[in-house]
Design a protein around this ligand. Sequence first.
Ligand code: G16
Length: 539
Amino acid sequence: MIRTVATTPFTDQKMGTAGLRRKSTVATQANYVENFMQSIFNTIGDLKGKTFVVGGDGRYYNDIAIQVIIKMAAANGVSKLIVGQNGFMSTPAGSNIILKNKANGGFILSASHNPGGPSGDFGIKYSNESGGQIPSSVSDRIYQNTLNISEYKICDVSDIDLSKIGTQDLEGMEIEVIDPVKDYVEMMQNIFDFASIRKLFQQGFTMRFDAMNAVTGPYARKIFEEVLGAPKGSVVNYNPLPDFGGLHPDPNMVYAKELVDFMFSDHAADFGAANDGDGDRNMILGKKFFVTPSDSLAILTDNFNLIPAYKNGIYGVAKSAATSTAVSRVAKAHNIGYYEVPTGWKYFVNLMDSKRITFCGEESFGTGSSHIREKDGIWAVLFWLNIIAATGKSVEQITREHWQKYGRSYYVRFDFEGVDTAVADKLMADLENKLPSLENKTFAGFKIEHAGAFVYNDPVDHSSTKNGLIISFADGSRIVYRLSGTGSSGATIRVYLERYSKDNLSADPLKMLTEIFKIAMDISEIPERTGKHQADVVT
Ligand code: G16
């Protein structure tokens, strides 16, 4: 039943920040997924005795791709697959299943926060036995393989029934279909104080969780409504749909509009949160109040001792370079390790494995801990609920008290989307050349202390990664420029701005950053070179 099929390479199968992401129209071409998967299998080598976890966020084409992956895994000699029922599994749940079962890796079919459907995006995230996504050294080898591939192997059988929990056999490979929610709920119960959160809801506390018609709906309903007793209806948009019901499942102030409108209305709930397509991103809201992901990381870190799993201490904390420096002040106050890595959760994995850090987070609405090796949307929501239950304070109160203690990092990200790739590449290259000459120069009263590329030297595997350009000012303000690595066409230039104030705590972030935005535009020449005088998305 094993068929070897001749194929020719696609030249665009290089993975980005987190796996391969392409327009559905590209990913659904004949042999596209097959070539990519065979290249992964070829790179791993001997698959005998190996176990992989498979699932996805339910987006368009997942149902077809998952059957291809199962049939190819069997044809290539994989011993066992652990598959989420009906093909569903969130990215954090997948990481947990890999670690819990000591599997050799896993595949989550998702383009994360990118829209889905025939005109949206499709993607594949590939993790290894660490439970985290593979390092660039491995993805580079896979890419080389995709450029030289000439055949792939697949079983010629009818589709596998993934609707029932249990085991079945395909050409000597065991397929175990599991409930993707169960183990995840157990893990969360072992981290947080569920009894006190339950009591909070009993006392009338209200929340709204927007699953954005994506994978976390079933997880959220189980945890928040069934186990913790939040009122029925607290979780909205809970049915994972192939096109996310037309939503762009990116939990931020722009795309989670329905939730934002509700939380900024007069009948808002006490607490609001949203997750993205595959459940690893989160947004936290209070009544008429938004918490930036950078502040959220700082606040969670400062409150580690309120959470049962962390109350005995944490190793340290890390953030991506583009994330605000708010958490650095918390790390200093608690005298714990502090690291800055390139954008991409995979860079945290070595720090967690070597017990250098327990928490980590990114400006791109990702927060997590070493309980798994991916960021975890529901974990962050439960952490906030646990703090609220333990302190009796609102989201706004907790955040304002944090600023009083540490000062406030005003922080906004500007995205310039759909830029011609050649224009964006040249802009970044020219900027990198120009930056060192700007050191010690002053712009609109802001003196530049350092300017240049961000280079990360991993203390564990000693690899070196260059990612983005940073301008640091004498007063602690910063500009970071990066090209996004998660888009599916064209280039997105991200500009991250930060300005610190010890005592001016209630200003409008955009106003606080007006001069720095102007400096960022003047130095980079973004308007002149791209024709864009305004960012497409401001978060
Ligand atoms: C992925 C990575 C994150 C990264 C984000 C943004 O998230 O896992 O670590 O911060 O992309 O990447 P970029 O700025 O390159 O677009 P996700 O949720 O998309 O998997």
